[in-house]
Design a protein around this ligand. Structure first.
Ligand code: GAP
Length: 451
């Protein structure tokens, strides 16, 4: 942890610049753009899809592949609606809202100090004389839908607002079919939906998003220790993938902030350009969920060992894929002047970078250079994501790769044809080294593995 806490984001990024780069370079587009979009909903383009895949596979690697105490799950988005009654979401998953009778806008009661009234000049709701705010009312964040041909109360269902409940209701299936024993975890990645009243800040708060959640089942007495352990593990994951230590902190929730299910929660907060905000939550959910579902379903959800029987406590690290995407982009984004020319660069960790290597023939119209470059690209792409580019001047091609965060560029030039070497350019140091074409793939595979 940094000794002194920063007050402001250190770097060139703003949310607007990241959103603009994402659109310009094909990472993220506003959804249904040609119809005017749909408030705070986004589509991922080619490089965005690759970055998202890399974030998810790093999470799966550390959560599942590298552990003996974890299993995977992929549960349905639409569950039996009783799940959400038992979990407390039908009754309690709501934000306090106030409406303005004058301007007809709706605001979160606990965000009035940071919300903008619809009138000009911009002020906070309640600050104009004409503002006429209602008392706070609770607004449930779950999207409703109907299952089957008839639309009535009996067919009402919900799009899941968290993936966690799909895990709890599978506790018995998992413990009876797989060789698990507390302490163990069930990890899943999937879409969640919340009808957020004040979405915004690009991918930070949206209505449709992916979550990476893990529920770790432990003997009740061990829960505090495991809670600390998972806070440490998750913090290390973010740092290993390149987030600056000074931009990451752990903040324990005060009692009045805790969710209805939680007995202790610590947020991993990231210093976004908009200030310190929750990046990931690590909660001690106690035995709340398993007990609720046992009671409501009539199926006892507990651990039965040889000489023991108990309802496990649950430690839950929960991270939004889009929120992690935004944090990695903010941290990686930089603007520099190199040899009197400006460049925008994403210093993404090589394991996260959408494209690992660019293969560039110096002269795009030279058949011999093109042939060598295409052959190298064809070989490289079998081991990593590689891109071939022969259009435009070489400087422009480098800058394009810098802007999408490609860590390495291999350039085939005149000398390659005579001595079989290529130039390897490093995105961050801008150093260029001459390496044998033959060994180029091996070298990059090794560098990626060591990164
Ligand atoms: N199962 C626990 C749970 O869902 P949460 O704090 O509401 O806890 C966990 O959500 C994480 O999911 C958050 O830390 C954030 O990364 C992400 N998240 C939550 N709501 C989001 C939203 N509206 N848009 C984007 N990400 C969101």
């Amino acid at each position: 942890m940094a000794d002194e806490q920063l007050e402001q984001f250190e770097g060139a990024a703003t949310i607007e610049k990241i959103a603009s780069l994402c659109r310009r370079r094909g990472f993220v587009f506003p959804t249904s753009d040609i119809y005017g979009g749909l408030g705070s909903s986004f589509d991922f383009g080619h490089y965005g899809v690759l970055l998202v895949q890399n974030i998810k596979s790093e999470w799966q690697r550390s959560m599942i592949q590298e552990r003996d105490d974890m299993v995977a799950l992929d549960s349905a988005v639409i569950l039996n609606p009783q799940v959400w009654v038992a979990s407390g979401h039908v009754g309690g998953f709501s934000d306090p809202m106030v409406d303005c009778r004058t301007c007809k806008l709706r605001f979160r009661a606990d965000h009035l100090a940071t919300s903008q009234c619809g009138r000009k000049p911009s002020k906070h709701p309640g600050e104009f004389e004409a503002c006429d705010l209602t008392e706070p009312r609770h607004f449930n964040l779950m999207f409703e839908t109907y299952v089957g041909a008839v639309r009535d109360d009996a067919s009402r269902a919900y799009l899941r607002p968290e993936t966690a409940q799909g895990i709890f209701v599978n506790f018995k299936n998992v413990t009876s079919s797989l060789r698990v024993k507390p302490p163990f975890g069930i990890a899943q990645i999937g879409k969640s939906f919340r009808n957020e009243i004040t979405p915004g800040n690009f991918l930070f708060r949206v209505r449709e998003f992916e979550q990476m959640e893990m529920e770790f089942f432990v003997p009740p007495d061990d829960a505090p220790r495991w809670h600390e352990y998972w806070i440490g593990e998750r913090r290390r994951w973010h740092l290993d993938l390149g987030l600056r230590e000074s931009h990451l902190r752990v903040r324990a929730h005060d009692a009045d902030e805790l969710s209805h299910y939680s007995s202790a929660t610590s947020d991993l907060e990231y210093l976004f350009p908009i200030g310190w905000q929750e990046l990931e939550g690590v909660a001690n959910r106690g035995d709340y969920d398993l007990r609720q579902h046992s009671e409501a379903s009539g199926t006892t959800l507990e651990w039965i060992g040889h000489e023991e029987r108990y309802v496990p406590y649950v430690i839950e690290p929960a991270l939004g894929v889009g929120r992690a995407f935004l944090a990695f982009m903010c941290d990686a984004y930089d603007e520099e002047v190199v040899a009197d020319r400006p460049r925008t660069v994403l210093h993404l960790h090589p394991r996260l970078a959408p494209v690992k290597a660019a293969v560039l023939p110096l002269i795009g119209k030279d058949p011999a250079m093109v042939e060598r470059a295409r052959a190298l690209h064809a070989d490289l792409r079998r081991s990593m994501s590689s891109e071939y580019d022969d259009a435009a001047a070489i400087g422009k091609r480098y800058r394009r790769q810098d802007e999408i965060g490609t860590p390495w560029a291999l350039t085939i030039d005149e000398q390659t044809l005579s001595d079989g070497t290529v130039t390897l350019r490093d995105r961050d140091t801008l150093q260029q080294e001459r390496i044998p074409l033959e060994g180029a793939k091996r070298l990059l595979v090794d560098r990626l593995a060591e990164a």
